[in-house]
Design a protein around this ligand. Sequence first.
Ligand SMILES: Nc1nc2c(ncn2[C@@H]2O[C@H](COP(=O)(O)OP(=O)(O)OP(=O)(O)O)[C@@H](O)[C@H]2O)c(=O)[nH]1
Ligand SMILES: [Mg+2]
Length: 314
Amino acid sequence: LPSLSESVLRGDRNAISRAISSVENEDANYRTLVSELYSHTGSAFIVGITGPPGTGKSSLVGLLVKKYREKGKRVAVLAVDPTSPISGGAILGDRVRMLEHSLDPDVYIRSMASRGSEGGLSRVSRNAVRILDAAGFDVIFVETVGIGQTEVDIVRIADVVVVVLMPELGDEIQAAKAGLMEIGDIFAVNKSDLPGADKVVYNLGTILSTNDAGWRQVALKVSAKRSSGTDDLVEALEKYRGSLGESKVYRARKRLVDELLEKVSEAIARDLSKRLSQDQEFDSLVEKLVRLQIDPDTAASEILSKYYLHFPSN
Ligand SMILES: Nc1nc2c(ncn2[C@@H]2O[C@H](COP(=O)(O)OP(=O)(O)OP(=O)(O)O)[C@@H](O)[C@H]2O)c(=O)[nH]1
Ligand SMILES: [Mg+2]
């Protein structure tokens, strides 16, 4: 019998679903699974789709899936919902809208809702993307609602970030306020069938900038309702992908450095607090603090040096 990871590598849908559930629940097998699949990742184009609630992200993803299918690409969609409960209406709605793709064996759609610890969803999404990547999907769309500091840090998962806005939001200030200007590579002003889209694109145009890899942010008008502008969007995505070149490795490296640092610091913090809870010296330092016999910084540096760590100097 082939192992779960072997079945994922063959693109077996059932296996992919089971594997994603495994990383979603962080069950007993998930680490083995990710370690077996990891060397098979790295070839998918990971497209993050974010923006305020209701701007048409899912509708646009549906159309993008269609466009990439026409190019013969295998496409996966991961809809990550950090707020709604497991059976959230929005997710159900997304499923219905995606129904036309549901019979296509080269399209895989999965919704994930928030559960567990903080930062857990980013970790889970990252691993879910790895499974889809290893399963051979050419393009992976990751949809998240972007409202300022969301739990899912899409920039740290995706190769490119599309921010979806709409005219009804008022003006580009909304995007700036929500911190979306920094994370977007492409701004898609959706619902351009409604009045005001040109103004939003125009205003965005005045605040677009060039990132450190030399990519100039672009703003374009789309309408998921009328299926207009999506060719331009695909073209922008492909242009972006083409521009990545060597910097794809550079960006991936940056993401991995972040991930590794995060993992190690989390582990240190957890391990340390476990040890400190059983450390009598810690207790006596607390006692001294209470009696004003030592100040907090000195106490911290004492306890840290005991564990071969350093209190950061300013
Ligand atoms: N007029 C108009 N309505 C649109 C367009 N695209 C999407 N909508 C509508 O906007 C609503 C939200 O669309 P979704 O695709 O669910 O938006 P979303 O950004 O995925 O929403 P959340 O995931 O809940 O944040 C739906 O009622 C869509 O039918 C468009 O181009 N024009
Ligand atoms: Mg949606």
